[in-house]
Ligand binder design. Structure first.
Ligand SMILES: Cc1ncc(COP(=O)(O)O)c(C=O)c1O
Length: 420
C-alpha cells in the first residue's frame, strides 16, 4: 500500500483519508475494496452521496449507454434531452404525487452551491440581508454557506468575518428544555431584541454533521407557522437527509410541511456524480437570466444517473426498504448497543443513526471504536460536538446480510472498549 504520493503532494486539508489510510480501487454496492483486495462494508456512503450504493448496476448501464452514444456531455445550462428527462422524472415521480409545485434551479454542482443560491435568492426576494440558522447546523464551506454553519473549526478557516447569519437554538440538549420556537417568536416581536427580521430561516430537519439530531414534528410545524406569520422564507437543507435517507423522499414529509425553498445534492444523481438542485416556489423565482450562474450547472451525466435513480426509487421500493432496514437497525442497536452503558444515547430516523457517547466523558472513545471498526472492515465516521457521535449512513440499498455484518463489527468494537 503506497500512500507516500498523497502525503508528499496532496494538501494537508485532506481529511477522510486520515481516518481510512488505505488506497481504494474498487467499489460495489455497500463495499469499498482496496488495491490489495481488502473489503470494507461502507457505513459512510460518500457522506450520503451513495444512497443507491457504489456502481449501482442499473445507473451504470444508463451512464455507459449515454456516453457510448455520444450524447451531450457538457452543455452549461442549455436545453438537453438529459435535462428534460431528469426534470420530467423529478416532477412526475416525486413532486407531483406529493402536490409540490416547485421550479428547479441547477446551481453549480455541490451542496454548498445550492445553499449559496438559496440564500442569495431569499435575500433578493425579501430585500433583507439577515438569515437565521441553527446551532449545530451544517450547510457547506463556501463563505455564504459557512456563515450559516455552526462548526467553530470550519468557521475559523474562513479567514474573514462571516456575517449576515444569526444562530437560533435547535431543540437539542439544554436547548430542548425550553420552548425554542417561542424564543424565536420573542426575538422577532421584541422591538428591543437587537436582532432584525431575517429573509429566511435555513435548517436541517435532522442535523447530520451536528450529531444526528432529529427535530420533533411539532417543532417543524410550529417553525413553518412562525415563518408564515412573519413573512420569512423557510429553507430546508435536504442535502444530506433528503433523497430517502429518513424513509420518505424528503425529510420534511414526516411533518406535513412545505418549505419555500429546498436544497438537494449528494444522492440526487444516484451515482456519486456531482449535482445540486434548488427547489423554489414559483412565486420566488425572481432571478434574472444568468444572475446566478456557473460553468458546471446541471451536469449531464448526473441528470442521466439522477433520472435512473428516481426510477429505481420506485421500481425497488426504496422507501419500503428503508423502513424494513430501519427496524432492523433499531432492534440491533437497542439490543446490543444501548445495553452496553445506560449513558449511551441512540438517535436518528430511517437510515441515519447516531450513537452518542458524549455522556461517557471519554473524548477519545469514539475514535478508538472507529479505528477498531476500520481494522475489522467497516468504514464509519463520527459527527457532532467533539466528534462524540458515531454516525451510520449506509447505502439505502445495502443487503440485509451486509448491514448485519457491519453492525456486528460495530458491536464488537464497542464491546471491546465498553465491556472492559
Ligand atoms: C446538510 C448539508 N448541507 C450542505 C452540505 C454541503 O454539501 P457539499 O459538501 O456537497 O458542498 C452538506 C455536506 O455534508 C450537508 O450535510
Amino acid at each position: 500500500m503506497d500512500t507516500q504520493i498523497f502525503e508528499r503532494y496532496e494538501s494537508a486539508v485532506r481529511s477522510y483519508c486520515r481516518s481510512f489510510p488505505v488506497v481504494f480501487s474498487k467499489a460495489k454496492g455497500a463495499k469499498l475494496i482496496t488495491e490489495e483486495g481488502k473489503e470494507y462494508i461502507d457505513f459512510f456512503a460518500g457522506a450520503g452521496a451513495l444512497n443507491y450504493g457504489h456502481n449501482n448496476d442499473k445507473i451504470k448501464a444508463a451512464l455507459i449507454d449515454y456516453i457510448a452514444g455520444d450524447n451531450v456531455s457538457h452543455a452549461l445550462d442549455m436545453y438537453t434531452v438529459a435535462k428534460r428527462e431528469f426534470i420530467q422524472a423529478l416532477q412526475e415521480k416525486i413532486l407531483q404525487p406529493r402536490g409540490l409545485d416547485y421550479r428547479l434551479q441547477f446551481p453549480a454542482p455541490t451542496g454548498t452551491n445550492a445553499i449559496e443560491a438559496a440564500l442569495k435568492l431569499a435575500r433578493k426576494v425579501k430585500g433583507r440581508t439577515g438569515v437565521f440558522s441553527f446551532q449545530g447546523g451544517f450547510h457547506g464551506m463556501t463563505l455564504g454557506a459557512l456563515a450559516a454553519t455552526g462548526n467553530k473549526y470550519n468557521r475559523g478557516g474562513a479567514g474573514q468575518e462571516l456575517g449576515g447569519v444569526t444562530f437560533m437554538p435547535y431543540p437539542f440538549g439544554f436547548m430542548s428544555t425550553f420552548d425554542t420556537i417561542q424564543y424565536i417568536e420573542t426575538v422577532l416581536t421584541d422591538p428591543n431584541s437587537g436582532i432584525g427580521k431575517p429573509a429566511a430561516i435555513v435548517l436541517e430537519t435532522v442535523q447530520a454533521e451536528g450529531g444526528i439530531v432529529v427535530a420533533p414534528v411539532e417543532w417543524l410545524q410550529r417553525l413553518r407557522k412562525l415563518c408564515d406569520d412573519h413573512d420569512i422564507l423557510m429553507i430546508v437543507d435536504d442535502i444530506q437527509v433528503g433523497c430517502g435517507r429518513t424513509g420518505t423522499f424528503f425529510s420534511f414529509e414526516r411533518a406535513g410541511i412545505v418549505p419555500d425553498i429546498v436544497t438537494l445534492s449528494k444522492s440526487i444523481s444516484g451515482y456519486g456524480i456531482p449535482l445540486s438542485v434548488v427547489l423554489l416556489k414559483p412565486e420566488l423565482d425572481k432571478w434574472g437570466p444568468g444572475e446566478h450562474n456557473g460553468t458546471f450547472r446541471g451536469n449531464q451525466m448526473a441528470f442521466v444517473g439522477g433520472k435512473r435513480a428516481l426510477e429505481i426509487w420506485e421500481e425497488e421500493n426504496v422507501a419500503g426498504q428503508v423502513k424494513a432496514k430501519a427496524e432492523l437497525i433499531t432492534d440491533f442497536l437497542n439490543q446490543h448497543i444501548a445495553s452496553l452503558d445506560t449513558r449511551i444515547q441512540l438517535r436518528g430516523l430511517g437510515m441515519i443513526r447516531g450513537i452518542d457517547l458524549s455522556a461517557l466523558n471519554h473524548r477519545e472513545l469514539p475514535n478508538l471504536i472507529l479505528e477498531r471498526c476500520f481494522q475489522n472492515g467497516l468504514i464509519i465516521e463520527d459527527a457532532g460536538r467533539f466528534g462524540q457521535v458515531i454516525k451510520m449512513i449506509p447505502p439505502l440499498v445495502i443487503p440485509e446480510a451486509e448491514l448485519l455484518q457491519g453492525l456486528n463489527i460495530l458491536k464488537e468494537a464497542m464491546e471491546h472498549y465498553l465491556k472492559r
